[in-house]
Ligand binder design. Structure first.
Ligand code: SF4
Length: 338
C-alpha cells in the first residue's frame, strides 16, 4: 500500500507474489535555472494483476510525472532522485534508455489524452498495429495481421479488417482512442498507464471508452494505472485510488471506502466536486485556492494553506501516512507526525 511509513510491510518484498507495479518512496526532481524542484516527494503505491488503480488530483499534483517516471520518459530535466520502481518484482528505475525501450510497449502499454502522441498520421493504422505486434511478439506477417484485426474488433471498431487501410485522420476522436487502446494492448503488456485517456473526447463517448479500457484490462488481468483529475471517473472505474497533492500521495485505499468516506480534507474536496447524477448544478463545489507551484511547496502539510481543518502542527510538520481502517491517510487529524 502507500506511504513512507509502511514500506517495511510492502508486499513486493515477497518474491511469491510481487505486484505488477511497485513504487516505493519515489522522488523526482527537475533541474531548472532556479535550482532543483521536487515534483514527486516519496510517492509509494502498488498495483496488483488485474487491478485498476486510479491516481487522482488536480493539475500539478504529480500524477502525470508519476506515470512518466514509471515508463522512463521524464521530460525537461526530470530525474528519479530517490526510491524505486519495480515491474513484476524487478527494478526498472535504474535501467538506461536502451534497456527501457523494449519494456515500453511490450510490458507497459500507454494511452495518452491525445491520440496523436501514439499514432503516426502518415501510416495506416494497419501498418502501425502490425509493426507494433511484430516488434513485440514472435508472429509472422499473416499472424500479426490476424491479431491486428482481432484487436480492432475487441476495441469495437466496425469492419475491422477493412479499416486496417485507413489513416488516423479518417477516424473520429473516440474511434482513434479505440485504436490507441488496441496499440497499447498489442504487446500483451502486464501494465497499462492511461493518462487522462478521455479528457479530449466528447462527453458522450467518454464513458464508453473508459468502460472499454477497464473491461479489456480486467479480461486480460492487465494492471491499469488510470490517471485523471476526475474523482467521478475514479468512482466509476477503479478498484483502489491514490489521491495526490503537491507531489505526494495523501490518501489511498479501496475506492468504495474512499468514495464513501474520504478522510483527507483534500480527498473530501475532490469528492464534493463530483456533480450528482441526478442534476447538474450551476456551479460545482470546489476547493478554494490553487495547487502550489513546485518552487513554493508549503512547509509541513502542503495542503495547509487551503485546508479549513488545519491544526497547529500542519504548517510545520509533514504528516506521516497512517492506517485508518482499510485506508491510509497522511493528515494530522488522523494522528502521527513524521
Ligand atoms: Fe489539513 Fe492539517 Fe490534515 Fe493537512 S494535515 S490536510 S492541513 S488537517
Amino acid at each position: 500500500m502507500i506511504s513512507p511509513s509502511d514500506s517495511a510491510a510492502a508486499p513486493f518484498d515477497s518474491p511469491a507474489a510481487p505486484p505488477v507495479l511497485g513504487v516505493r518512496d519515489l522522488s523526482v526532481t527537475f533541474t531548472t535555472r532556479r535550482g532543483a524542484l521536487t515534483a514527486l516527494d516519496r510517492v509509494s503505491f502498488e498495483i496488483a494483476r488485474g487491478e485498476v488503480l486510479g491516481v487522482v488530483g488536480e493539475s500539478g499534483a504529480g500524477k502525470s510525472v508519476t506515470g512518466a517516471a514509471v515508463i522512463g520518459l521524464l521530460a525537461g530535466g526530470g530525474r528519479v532522485t530517490g526510491g524505486e520502481i519495480r515491474l513484476s518484482g524487478s527494478r526498472i528505475d535504474n535501467l538506461n534508455a536502451r534497456q527501457m525501450r523494449p519494456i515500453r510497449g511490450r510490458r507497459i502499454g500507454m494511452v495518452f489524452q491525445d491520440p496523436s502522441v501514439s499514432l503516426d498520421p502518415l501510416l495506416t493504422i494497419g501498418d502501425q498495429l502490425i509493426e507494433t505486434i511484430r516488434t513485440h511478439l514472435n508472429l509472422d506477417a499473416a499472424g500479426a495481421r490476424r491479431r491486428a484485426v482481432a484487436l480492432l474488433e475487441e476495441t469495437g471498431i466496425p469492419d475491422a479488417a477493412g479499416r486496417l487501410a485507413s489513416f488516423p485522420h479518417e477516424f473520429s476522436g473516440g474511434m482513434r482512442q479505440r485504436v490507441v487502446i488496441a496499440l497499447a494492448l498489442a504487446g500483451e503488456p502486464e501494465l497499462i498507464i492511461a493518462d487522462e485517456p478521455t479528457t479530449a473526447l466528447d462527453v458522450s463517448v467518454q464513458a464508453q471508452i473508459l468502460d472499454l479500457l477497464s473491461g479489456l484490462c480486467r479480461e486480460r488481468r492487465t494492471a491499469l494505472m488510470l490517471i485523471t483529475h476526475d474523482m467521478g471517473v475514479i468512482a466509476r472505474m477503479a478498484d483502489r485510488v491514490a489521491v495526490m497533492y503537491a507531489g505526494r500521495v495523501v490518501e489511498t485505499g479501496p475506492v468504495d471506502e474512499v468514495v464513501r468516506r474520504p478522510r483527507h480534507p483534500y480527498a473530501k474536496g475532490l469528492m464534493a466536486a463530483i456533480p450528482p447524477l441526478s442534476h447538474r448544478p450551476e456551479r460545482l463545489v470546489s476547493i478554494p485556492g490553487a495547487m502550489p507551484r513546485l518552487s513554493a511547496i508549503p512547509a509541513g502539510c502542503a495542503f495547509h494553506p487551503r485546508c479549513a481543518a488545519a491544526v497547529a502542527p500542519c504548517s510545520v510538520t509533514r504528516p506521516a501516512s497512517v492506517a485508518d481502517g482499510a485506508v491510509r491517510v497522511a493528515c494530522h487529524l488522523y494522528g502521527g507526525a513524521s
